[in-house]
Every structure is written in structure tokens, then in C-alpha cells.
Design a protein. Structure first.
Length: 72
């Protein structure tokens, strides 16, 4: 199903956060993703999760791909 909101490919998300140490906050992940040349829109989404802790890359992908329901 196609989303009208920005859709993220889980494989690309995993590549952008490669090298992150988990658990990690959204801000920490944004820093890693910036170093992996992630697009600014993805960095902004990750920074928006600053208060959230992620235990693994799957949690990050889930949060980003379901973010619309969280008002993001």
C-alpha cells in the first residue's frame, strides 16, 4: 500500500543507521545517519524521536514507517 506521506525503504533506513550502538535515542541515531549521508528529511524525523529509546534497528524502521499515526 502506497503512503502519501514520505515512505522510507527499510533497507535504506538500515544502511543510514549502520554503525549505531543500541539502545540508542533518536538524536544519537540522527548523528549516525548524518555521518552516513542520510537525507535531511530522515534526519529531522530521527531528531523528532529524541526522547525515545530504540533497542534495535527494527524498532527504528517501525517507528519511521508508522510515524504518521504518531502525528509526525
Amino acid at each position: 500500500m502506497h503512503q502519501s506521506h514520505m515512505a522510507y525503504d527499510p533497507t535504506r533506513i538500515a544502511a543510514y543507521i549502520e554503525g549505531a550502538e543500541f539502545p540508542a535515542t533518536g538524536g544519537e541515531l540522527a548523528g549516525v545517519a548524518a555521518g552516513n549521508d542520510a537525507p535531511e528529511d530522515l534526519l529531522a524525523r530521527l531528531r523528532g524521536f529524541e526522547g525515545k529509546h530504540f533497542d534495535n534497528p527494527t524498532d527504528v524502521v517501525t517507528a519511521l514507517t508508522q510515524g504518521r499515526s504518531q502525528g509526525l
